[in-house]
Design a protein around this ligand. Structure first.
Ligand code: UDP
Length: 237
C-alpha cells in the first residue's frame, strides 16, 4: 500500500495541467489513474490493476480527500485532482489545440448527451468516436479506437474495469492521454447532479453520493471504511 502512496502526483494542480498540455503538444502517450481508496484496495487483489498502479509510466493522482489526508502518514503531500477536474481541463486543452477525442463508457443516453454537449461547448474538439459502456465486447471498442489515433481517450466504466482495459491496450497506441473517469459523463451530461457547492467545499462529495445513491453504502464500507482503518493501524516504515 505504501508504494501506491509513493506514486501519487505531488506537484501542484497547475503543474499537472501544464503536464497535460505538454503531452498533447508533444503527442506523447500518458495513462492517468485518478485514484481513490477503492483503487488501492482493489489494486492489492487485482494483478493487472496492481501493475498499472506501479508502472513508472503511469501518472497516479489523488481523486479525493481520503487519499490526500491518508497520504500524510507516509509523508506524501499531494493535491486533490478529480476525474471531473481532469475531464474539464482536457476539454479546454483539446478545444484550444484542436485535438481529437474518443469517449467510451456510461449508458447510451449519457454518452449521446455528453457528445452533444461537447460539440456545443467545445466546437474545436474532433470527436473521432464514442461508444456506450454496455457493449458485449469491450476489447473490440479498443480495436476501433486504435484506428482513430485519438489525442485524448476518456473511459467511463468504473473501477477497476476502466483502468484494466486501458492498461491492457495501451501499448497499441503511439500517442494519447488516457483516463478512466468513472461517473464523470453522468454528471457532465446533466443526467446526474454533481454534489452541491456546500458538499464540494467541505470535501463531502462522497457523502452526497451515498445519500443520493444508498446502494453505494456496501461498496463504500468495503473499500473506504476498511481502507481508513488499514492505514490507521499500518506501520509507517
Ligand atoms: N458503466 C458502464 N459499463 C459497465 C459498468 C459501468 O458504462 O459495464 C458506467 C456507468 O454507467 C457509470 C460509470 O461506468 O457511468 C461508473 O460510474 P461510477 O460512478 O460507479 O464510477 P466510480 O465510482 O467507479 O468512479
Amino acid at each position: 500500500m505504501k508504494t501506491y502512496f509513493q506514486k501519487l502526483f505531488t506537484g501542484t494542480k497547475q503543474e499537472f495541467v501544464k503536464q497535460l498540455e505538454s503531452c498533447l503538444k508533444k503527442k506523447q502517450r500518458q495513462f492517468i489513474i485518478t485514484a481513490n481508496p477503492e483503487t488501492f484496495m482493489v489494486g492489492k487483489k487485482d494483478e493487472v490493476l496492481n501493475r498499472a498502479l506501479l508502472d513508472p509510466h503511469t501518472l497516479v493522482v489523488a481523486d479525493g480527500i481520503a487519499l490526500v489526508k491518508t497520504s500524510k502518514k507516509f509523508d506524501v503531500v499531494c493535491p486533490k485532482i478529480t476525474g471531473v477536474d481532469i475531464t474539464y481541463e482536457l476539454f479546454e486543452l483539446a478545444n484550444k489545440f484542436k485535438k481529437s477525442l474518443y469517449l467510451f463508457g456510461s449508458t447510451k443516453e449519457v454518452i449521446t448527451k455528453t457528445v452533444a454537449k461537447i460539440k456545443k461547448d467545445y466546437p474545436n474538439i474532433k470527436v473521432v468516436g464514442y461508444c456506450d459502456g454496455y457493449v458485449k465486447d469491450k476489447d473490440q471498442v479498443f480495436d476501433e479506437m486504435v484506428t482513430k489515433k485519438p489525442d485524448v481517450v476518456l473511459v467511463a466504466l468504473g473501477i477497476p474495469q476502466q483502468e484494466k482495459l486501458i492498461y491492457q491496450n495501451l501499448s497499441r497506441f503511439q500517442k494519447g492521454i488516457f483516463v478512466g473517469v468513472g461517473g464523470t459523463f453522468d454528471v457532465f451530461s446533466g443526467v446526474k447532479k454533481r454534489a452541491p457547492k456546500f458538499f464540494q467545499k467541505w470535501n463531502l462529495e462522497w457523502l452526497y453520493r451515498i445519500v443520493t445513491e444508498p446502494k453505494r453504502l456496501k461498496r463504500f464500507y468495503q473499500h473506504n471504511i476498511k481502507f481508513v482503518f488499514r492505514i490507521l493501524f499500518m506501520k509507517k516504515g
